[in-house]
Write a protein that binds this ligand. Structure first.
Ligand SMILES: [Mg+2]
Ligand SMILES: [Zn+2]
Length: 274
């Protein structure tokens, strides 16, 4: 079955180290206050990441960092032309695009706007952030303390179970195919929510790959590993049958089942990771 027969696709993306080539929280800390970034490292695991970022923003505010400083810093985060081209291609083909991230609304909106991508995503689900009247940015938990805990048994933080949120997106419409793209531990839970016709685009050599390979029985979807933004563009072009086959692609699949959304010619070109 040619991949173009898929008519209604939902793409859901993690943000840090998936769409952008950095972690936006760390980028801000390391750029504006390297000493605080170092201190922050010692607190990882002892305090919820979202709360740690809110503390950092308080300290930055006390040092005189303004909204404009934050914006200038965020505008310099690497967002490659290949990933931007892939997103535009998906959108032009009628796919629905959403972001599911543990960053925050201000960072993501600011970065997307800097690259003219603000109209590309239907939904951006992430920790809410807003400036108070003094100009201090506050970040809160997506899954707030006013709600019952999500109680996810998988490695999700208390402020966000990406699997639960992805499930709501999946259930919102009858999709022909759902594609989830991520790189880290909290991208494993959503990867388990996909069905066999769906695809996980996992960044190679990072924690999502490790979790998938430790729990292969929990992931029904096809898994394609990608290394670089150029791979993301190539995979997208193949999903939509829009370009000649590349000479080399550094991706693979962990399952022996055929990948329905990728042409067989493409699969023959792909070295298998396992
Ligand atoms: Mg990430
Ligand atoms: Zn979860």
């Amino acid at each position: 079955m040619p991949s173009s027969t898929f008519s209604k696709r939902l793409f859901v993306f993690d943000f840090d180290w998936t769409l952008i080539e950095a972690d936006s929280d760390l980028w801000v800390a390391e750029t504006l206050a390297p000493d605080l970034a170092k201190q922050q490292e010692d607190l990882i695991g002892k305090i919820l990441w979202t709360e740690l970022q809110d503390l950092l923003l308080q300290r930055l505010f006390e040092r005189g960092v303004t909204q404009q400083d934050l914006e200038k810093t965020l505008h310099r985060i690497p967002f490659t032309s290949e990933v931007i081209a892939a997103l535009r291609l998906m959108k032009s083909k009628g796919a629905e695009l959403c972001i599911l991230s543990d960053a925050n609304t201000f960072y993501i909106d600011c970065i997307l706007k800097a690259h003219g991508l603000e109209g590309v995503f239907t939904k951006i689900l992430t920790n809410p952030a807003q400036f108070d009247s003094q100009g201090r940015l506050h970040v809160a938990r997506f899954h707030g303390l006013d709600k019952d805990p999500h109680n996810c048994p998988l490695p999700c933080q208390p402020n966000l179970c990406k699997g639960q949120e992805l499930q709501k997106l999946i259930d919102s419409q009858p999709w022909d195919q759902v594609i989830y793209m991520g790189d880290s531990t909290n991208d494993f839970c959503p990867s388990t929510r996909l069905q066999s016709r769906d695809i996980v685009l996992a960044r190679a050599d990072l924690l999502l790959e490790k979790h998938i390979k430790m729990h292969l029985d929990m992931v029904k979807a096809q898994v394609i590993y990608w290394q670089s933004p150029a791979d993301v563009l190539t995979i997208t072009q193949n999903l939509f049958d829009v370009s000649p086959l590349p000479a080399t692609v550094a991706t693979g699949t962990v399952n022996s089942k055929p990948v329905p959304a990728v042409s067989s010619a493409y699969m023959e070109e792909v070295p298998v990771s396992l």
